[in-house]
Design a protein around this ligand. Structure first.
Ligand SMILES: Cc1cc2nc3c(=O)[nH]c(=O)nc-3n(C[C@H](O)[C@H](O)[C@H](O)COP(=O)(O)OP(=O)(O)OC[C@H]3O[C@@H](n4cnc5c(N)ncnc54)[C@H](O)[C@@H]3O)c2cc1C
Length: 418
């Protein structure tokens, strides 16, 4: 539980936004000895990374995971302190007839035989996955952003993957990562994520994703004011909705792209939406902590996970928590998704789905900024011409890594000017 502190009349650095980018920036400034204060319009920290407790279940506001291979997670996050729990590498894919297991034979050798036998793509496709994995891991992570940028769909075709394999495996898998199934997202991000999934684990904190911002906020105790919405921002001062003014030598605007456009002017980024329904299940529909993918493409569910297999505290003893998510058109209407998801999943798992109890559905309209081909080349930039410093995932790319990286760059811009 984060205690809200009183607003100071003045501070050396004022960070607007206690999402991951703002917390990263403020933590690094505090560690460098800067008198820093953080404000957020919401009632707690975390921004888009929030978890609710409902009937003893832990519901993240939209399915999300952290990748241990993210460079900024390695340098900024105390993974042991978060007590992270890992998904098993690989996935199960519904191919229209049955669930097929697609493991990662390099990190989970026991899955090799099942993966090769899986009726998802051809043997040649699986060899291409292995060779892409080897090539990306052989180079530095920066190389992922150096190749030519095109859409991920074009990249996969150029790499020679068959259309059935793209449709059955890559489309739902990357659809869950990019939150769009058309694979219009920049190929730089495809290379980056593919490398991260090969190099590390997908994890969640044992007691929900919100533990991540809460842990980051701990060293900032007494320096965070909640329920404080910045209404006017200028170099040297910020005015809040109730007219209160805080003076600060450095003002760091670490809000989402939409709020940044409202506060600072300029165009808001285009966002992608997602929807997640949570169900309480007396019996788990799959036995492993694996991602389950809709390779058939009928939707509305694109990806599913039994969260209590990954981290048991997500469900009370004797129960399981099923998370089912949709993207694109499926994310337009939360009620329609919650009603249609069990109908689709009954085909995957049979009549046991009838015993699931719907807990809650989250529709997140502004989940991730869109990153079309060509957009990644111009990412970054913290200090504006007017002296304000900006941070936020939309400046790098929509991910925990992008938010933490932009937060670090903002802190470095402040420190460099001192
Ligand atoms: C459903 C979902 C799934 C995701 N899945 C993944 C995943 O699996 N892996 C991954 O790496 N990333 C994932 N992400 C992305 C990741 O969560 C975000 O990129 C990251 O949290 C963004 O942090 P941020 O600080 O840039 O912005 P935000 O989290 O949006 O924080 C901005 C903060 O600014 C505050 N604010 C806005 N306006 C004002 C104002 N005027 N005054 C004061 N405060 C204000 C807001 O209240 C908010 O707290 C997911 C995101 C969502 C929503």
């Amino acid at each position: 539980m984060i205690e809200s502190a009183a607003l100071p009349a003045r501070t050396e650095a004022l960070v607007i936004g206690a999402g991951l980018s703002g917390l990263a920036c403020a933590s690094l400034l505090a560690r460098a000895g800067v008198d820093v204060h953080v404000v957020d319009a919401a009632d707690t920290v975390g921004g888009r990374v929030r978890t609710d407790e409902v009937q003893g279940f832990l519901l993240d506001r939209g399915f999300q995971v952290m990748l241990t291979a993210y460079g900024e997670v390695q340098s900024q996050v105390d993974l042991a302190g978060l007590d992270v729990r890992a998904f098993r590498p690989g996935s199960k894919v519904w191919n229209g007839e049955a669930l097929q297991t697609m493991g990662d034979p390099f990190r989970d050798p026991g899955s090799a035989v099942a993966s090769m036998r899986a009726r998802v793509g051809s043997f040649g496709d699986k060899l291409k996955v292995a060779s892409l994995r080897r090539d990306l891991l052989a180079g530095p992570v920066e190389a992922c952003f150096e190749g030519p940028e095109r859409s991920t769909q074009e990249e996969l075709e150029a790499l020679g993957f068959s259309t059935p394999f793209i449709d059955t495996f890559f489309r739902p898998f990357l659809g869950g990562v990019f939150l769009e199934r058309r694979l219009e997202t920049s190929s730089s991000l495809f290379r980056y994520y593919f490398r991260c999934f090969a190099a590390g684990d997908a994890v969640v904190p044992a007691r929900g994703m919100q533990r991540l911002p809460e842990l980051m906020a701990l060293p900032l105790a007494g320096r965070i004011t909640l329920d404080a919405r910045a209404a006017e921002v200028r170099t040297g001062a910020v005015v809040f909705g109730d007219g209160t003014k805080v003076e600060a030598a450095d003002v760091i605007v670490a809000v989402d792209g939409g709020a940044a456009a409202r506060l600072l002017g300029g165009a808001a980024p285009d966002f992608k939406a997602t929807v997640t329904s949570y169900f309480a299940a007396p019996h788990a529909p799959v036995e492993e902590p694996l991602l389950v993918l809709d390779g058939e493409g009928t939707g509305p569910v694109n990806h599913l996970a039994v969260m209590s297999h990954v981290a048991p505290a997500y469900a009370p003893a004797g129960m399981h928590l099923v998370s089912a998510s949709g993207v694109d058109e499926a994310a337009e209407d939360a009620d329609a998704f919650a009603a249609a998801a069990p109908v689709q999943l009954r085909r995957w798992f049979g009549a046991s789905v009838d015993r699931w109890e719907h807990l809650r559905t989250y529709r997140i309209p502004h989940a991730l900024p869109r990153h079309a081909a060509g957009s990644l080349a111009t990412r970054g930039g913290s200090r504006r011409a007017d002296g304000l410093v900006v941070a936020g995932d939309y400046l790098e790319f929509g991910a925990i890594q992008g938010a933490l990286l932009s937060g670090r760059r903002a802190a470095e811009a402040v420190l460099a000017a001192r």
